[in-house]
Each structure stands twice: as structure tokens, then as C-alpha cells.
Design a binder for this molecule. Structure first.
Ligand code: PGA
Length: 251
């Protein structure tokens, strides 16, 4: 059966001391609790090794927010999947809309990143989602299908089984405007059918599909109650234990 996951995406926030304090605070807050979901925190590259050493990684998975599309070598400023794995991180967020929009990540680049992440033992949290104009034009189903197909559908069934999908409507990210639970359920079920058409019902049923976009303590319970919403990718509300903990406890 598929896993429920609540994953934080810290984006470009927190200095190293602040990030370590946040991670340790969360670790302490989760101590002794029996949770109905896995917890992951996505930190800046600079924090990965320190955070992985500071938390109980059996309870809190650590994620990078990106990785290079090359294996290694003369790519100044890039961080490889192997480097990330060597810090103790187990996940990498790929294809976030901010990366697609501001850093021009294409389907082909993302395909390379996914392959390298998997080859180095990292679990990709692969983000898809439409912009407002696409939703208003009723194209959201086609857009997410295309994003999933273009970067993931050449994977073997075995590799695909290690992917976590995050549906994040771009119009809901950091805007305070969340998709309704009905909207999330509708498109998550659609994504699952698309996966089933390529990889079969069993793999589709086992794929974790997260919702992301202004998810918070108030709306989390309603969202994760839907059958195809298996958790969340949380930006703003992952930056404090007080805001993140109730989301973790929403299951
Ligand atoms: P948000 O960000 O929760 O701040 O809307 C979500 C994300 O971008 O992953």
C-alpha cells in the first residue's frame, strides 16, 4: 500500500544555524509520537549533511530541492545526485514550478535529473502543475499528463515505483489560495489513471501523490482525507514547527 508523506520545502530560507534549529525542533516535537505518515524536510544544499546528522533519519527523511543534470565534472556551481546521497539525504525534489519558471528547467533536463537521482539511490519528489491561465482554459489535465509523460514515462516499472509525485497548481503556491479538496482529488485521481495507463493498476495504486500549494494546518485535514491525496508538499508552513506539526498530524 502507498505511503502517506508530509514533506516540507524550505526553499531558499534559513541560514545554517536557523535550519539546524528548525530541524532539531521538529525532531524533538515528533519524538515518541506514532505518526500515520512519513515526514520529509527539503533543505538548502548547504544544510543537508548537518540536518541529516541532527535528526533521526528513520523518522525524518531529508531532501534536496534540486540536483544537477550531469553525473560529475566541470560544471561549476552544480551539486550532483551522488553528492546529495553522500550527505545522508534520501530524497530530492525535482521539477518544482519555481525551477521550471525561473531556471528554465525543461522536460528533457528533468528526465536526466530523475535518472541520476534514481541511479544514486535518491527518491525523487517530482512536481507537476498548471498555471492559472491553463486551469481557466480547462487544460490542467493535459498539462500535468504531459509533464508526467515527458519526464517519467521512459522509466522502467521498477524505477517508476520509486517516484513520488507532487501536484502543485502554480496559482496556489505561496498565494494563500489553495485548491479545494475536490479539485485536488479530481486531478490526483486523473494522474493516477494516467499512471495506470502506462504502468498498470498495481503500480498506480502504490504511487504516492502529494498536494502542494498553500497547504496549512486549517486545510490539511480536508485535503488528506481525500482518497487520492496521499499527503502534501509544504512551503511556507514548513518553516516553523508550530505550523508544520499540525499538518503532519492531519492524518
Ligand atoms: P507553499 O509552497 O506551501 O508556500 O504554497 C508549496 C511549494 O512550493 O512546494
Amino acid at each position: 500500500m502507498r505511503k502517506n508523506i508530509i514533506a516540507g520545502n524550505w526553499k531558499m530560507n534559513t541560514t545554517l544555524p536557523e535550519g539546524l534549529a528548525l530541524a532539531k525542533g521538529l525532531n524533538k516535537a515528533l519524538e515518541g509520537k506514532s505518526l500515520k505518515c512519513d515526514v520529509v524536510i527539503g533543505t538548502p544544499f548547504t544544510h543537508l549533511a548537518g540536518v541529516a546528522a541532527a535528526v533521526d533519519t528513520a523518522r525524518i527523511g531529508v531532501a534536496a530541492q534540486n540536483c544537477a543534470d550531469r553525473d560529475k565534472g566541470a560544471y561549476t556551481g552544480e551539486v550532483s545526485a551522488a553528492m546529495i546521497a553522500s550527505t545522508g539525504a534520501g530524497y530530492v525534489i525535482l521539477g518544482h514550478s519555481e525551477r521550471r519558471q525561473y531556471y528554465h528547467e525543461t522536460a528533457a533536463t528533468l528526465k536526466a535529473k530523475v535518472a541520476l537521482a534514481l541511479a544514486n539511490g535518491l527518491k525523487p519528489i517530482f512536481c507537476v502543475g498548471e498555471v492559472l491561465e491553463e486551469r481557466e482554459a480547462g487544460k490542467h489535465f493535459d498539462i500535468v499528463d504531459q509533464q508526467v509523460r515527458d519526464s517519467l514515462f521512459d522509466l522502467t516499472p521498477e524505477d517508476f515505483s520509486r517516484i513520488v509525485i507532487a501536484y502543485e497548481p502554480v496559482w496556489a503556491i505561496g498565494t494563500g489560495k489553495t485548491a479545494t479538496a475536490d479539485q485536488a482529488q479530481e486531478i490526483h485521481a486523473h494522474i493516477r489513471r494516467t499512471i495506470a495507463s502506462r504502468y498498470g493498476e498495481a503500480i498506480a495504486a502504490d504511487t504516492t501523490i502529494l498536494y502542494g500549494g498553500s497547504m496549512n494546518a486549517d486545510n490539511a485535514r480536508d485535503l488528506v482525507a481525500r482518497p487520492d491525496v496521499d499527503g502534501g508538499l509544504i512551503g511556507g508552513a514548513s518553516l516553523s514547527v508550530e505550523k508544520f506539526l499540525p499538518i503532519v498530524e492531519a492524518f
